[in-house]
Write a protein that binds this ligand. Structure first.
Ligand code: AMP
Ligand code: MN
Ligand code: MN
Length: 326
């Protein structure tokens, strides 16, 4: 991790009394884990952070200590705001539409997305670390800031969820050392696993059943994709966040190199998730359509021409599979 920019961020954060912490739209475990991990750590230092994310907390992550500290975006930022921090968010736009009308610059960007252009005044982006929570862990160590048991639980959750429970590429000895240190500091691995992986709601399960039934397999069984139609939500009673993780049902099939999920939105848009086992760089596919992410997990958001764009993305996957990047 870059020590000089880490130190700049430590200095900038130390001098802020009322920092605003933000994370990406459609937040995941790393988004909430990083938001609350930094929130708890600054609060333990006597600072007064405000934590915002589009839509506020979601039920699945309500088990995280301090979840009541997370709020939906306000129209205007609190008056005393003296530093804005973006966490785990690959582009400025992914902080959410409401944030775009805020006049203040983003002071600090802390992230691990390879596609992050560095839209902050100070940026700490380390794509070698598999979760933003891991970037924060190293930052706290360099700063010698105390990590409370609550902060440890949140950071551990970020590490666990972004590595698919320490299974994905990018999980290395350093990741496991960080996880072990967080357990020593108070995170409970089986409790986090129970909450994140063994607590699927019946609605989420019903959605998953509808979606997995749409499976199509192509490109010599190396590509498999799923489709979500708007009516699946009404049929299952699930919410939009319940689609998180369903893509694993195709990307985990033996021989499938690229798994993808196409969600047709009620407004005519299309949300695409891509996963690779390693032969194909899905970040470069996503980036060619204006999206981004990581080599092994990336996404795209189209605002129109859903059907046409689905075909274009599937064609790009086919072409990448016929000439793998390495
Ligand atoms: P998802 O498939 O939504 O879980 O996203 C996979 C990864 O790609 C995550 O790390 C996201 O932050 C990133 N990502 C998803 N959608 C986009 C997008 N439209 N632009 C940039 N990055 C994205
Ligand atoms: Mn995330
Ligand atoms: Mn992340």
């Amino acid at each position: 991790m870059d020590k000089a920019s880490t130190q700049k961020i430590i200095d900038r954060l130390s001098s802020a009394q009322h920092p605003v912490l933000l994370t990406h739209i459609r937040p995941d475990g790393d988004a909430f884990g990083s938001l609350l991990g930094l929130g708890h750590t600054l609060r333990a230092r006597g600072q007064h952070p405000s934590l915002f994310v589009e839509g506020g907390m979601i039920p699945m992550y309500q088990f995280l200590p301090g979840s009541e500290l997370v709020h939906d975006h306000p129209t205007r930022l609190p008056e005393k705001t003296d530093c804005i921090v973006s966490l785990d968010t690959s582009t400025r736009e992914r902080l959410g539409p409401k944030t775009l009308s805020w006049p203040q610059p983003i002071d600090i960007v802390i992230d691990h997305h390879i596609s992050n252009p560095g839209y902050g005044v100070i940026n700490l982006i380390d794509s070698q670390i598999p979760a933003t929570a891991g970037v924060l862990f190293h930052l706290f160590q360099q700063a010698e800031w105390k990590i409370t048991p609550d902060a440890a639980t949140c950071l551990y959750t970020g590490l666990s969820t972004d590595t698919g429970s320490f299974r994905y590429r990018g999980t290395n000895a350093q990741t496991l050392h960080a996880a072990a240190a967080l357990v020593e500091l108070g995170a409970d691995p089986s409790e986090v696993a129970k909450q994140c992986y063994l607590s699927i709601t019946h609605e989420r399960h019903a959605l998953r059943k509808l979606v997995t039934d749409t499976i199509s397999i192509k490109d010599r069984k190396m590509s498999a994709y799923l489709t979500i139609l708007p009516e699946f939500y009404a049929k299952s009673g699930a919410k939009s966040e319940d689609s998180e993780g369903i893509i694993e049902d195709v990307s985990s099939i033996q021989g499938v190199e690229v798994g993808s999920l196409f969600e047709f939105m009620p407004d005519g848009g299309l949300r695409v998730s891509l996963r690779s086992k390693g032969k194909v760089d899905v970040n470069s596919i996503a980036s060619s359509f204006g999206g981004g992410g990581h080599k092994a997990a990336a996404g795209i958001r189209f605002t129109k021409d859903a059907q046409k764009n689905q075909e274009l993305v599937l064609a790009a996957i086919s072409s990448a599979l016929s000439s793998p990047a390495k």
